[in-house]
Write a protein of this length. Structure first.
Length: 239
């Protein structure tokens, strides 16, 4: 890892786990960023924090409930106090629910929307004032196939992901001219998590480290060639 810890730029990764979130955190730490690792259960972040620090990087673990505005605000307050002003926000938090409309509890629908879209909106509000002031910054939202195509039994999930995509587009047009790069990445396929990797061939799965490289590439793009939306899938995926 690059040893640029003192005065390092700050990246916030919300939704850190053994898949995309963890890989993105490692990638930005490897590139010299101090990384704030966020997830609902703080104890589950210890492994990622220790791995980054073992390799010479800087990371802090912060518990957050992305369905609650107060929790998000408190998390960012802690980040600013301990690391400084975020230059990068990766919103990778997400929930999923499968069920027909009649049997879907309204509470589940609302909670899913809170996690998948409202939490992203509140998180963006937390980082944008400083990004606008500094005239730079990157915000990347992790999307899904359901962001562009709804399916039976996924009305709650798809509608929340459609909303996240719309938020990303609107925000990109609003703050792009001010130097803030906003992108939405559609993950069109199964991510190679251990449980899935044991039952599906490797070439049919999306490698988290490969996704992390693409997130870094988006962040590194020249302002004259910014990507607003990127879809990622295995070459054998039907689409």
């Amino acid at each position: 890892y690059q040893r640029r810890v003192r005065g390092a730029k700050v990246a916030v990764v919300i939704g850190v786990g053994p898949g995309i979130g963890g890989s993105v955190a490692h990638k930005f730490a490897k590139e010299g960023y101090a990384v704030a690792l966020l997830a609902r259960t703080e104890s589950k972040l210890v492994q990622f924090k220790e791995e980054i620090e073992k390799n010479g990087g800087k990371a802090i673990a912060v518990g957050v409930d992305t369905s609650q505005e107060a929790s998000i605000k408190n998390a960012f307050k802690e980040i600013r106090e301990r690391l400084g002003t975020p230059e990068v926000l990766i919103y990778n938090a997400g929930g999923i629910f499968r069920g027909n409309v009649v049997d879907t509890p309204t509470e589940n629908f609302i909670n899913l929307w809170n996690i998948n879209c409202l939490g992203a909106f509140i998180s963006a509000k937390e980082v944008l004032p400083d990004m606008i002031k500094n005239k730079r910054g990157t915000i990347i939202f992790t999307g899904a196939t359901a962001a562009i195509r709804g399916g039976p039994l996924f009305s709650a999930f798809a509608s929340s992901k459609f909303a996240l995509r719309a938020l990303s587009q609107s925000l990109a047009k609003e703050v792009g001219p001010q130097g803030i790069h906003v992108a939405h990445v559609i993950i069109d396929g199964y991510v190679a998590l251990p449980a899935i990797a044991s039952v599906k061939p490797a070439n049919e799965l999306i490698r988290p480290d490969a996704v992390a490289n693409e997130y870094w590439n988006i962040h590194s793009q020249d302002p004259t060639t910014w990507t607003q939306e990127l879809d990622l899938r295995p070459n054998v995926e039907k689409w």
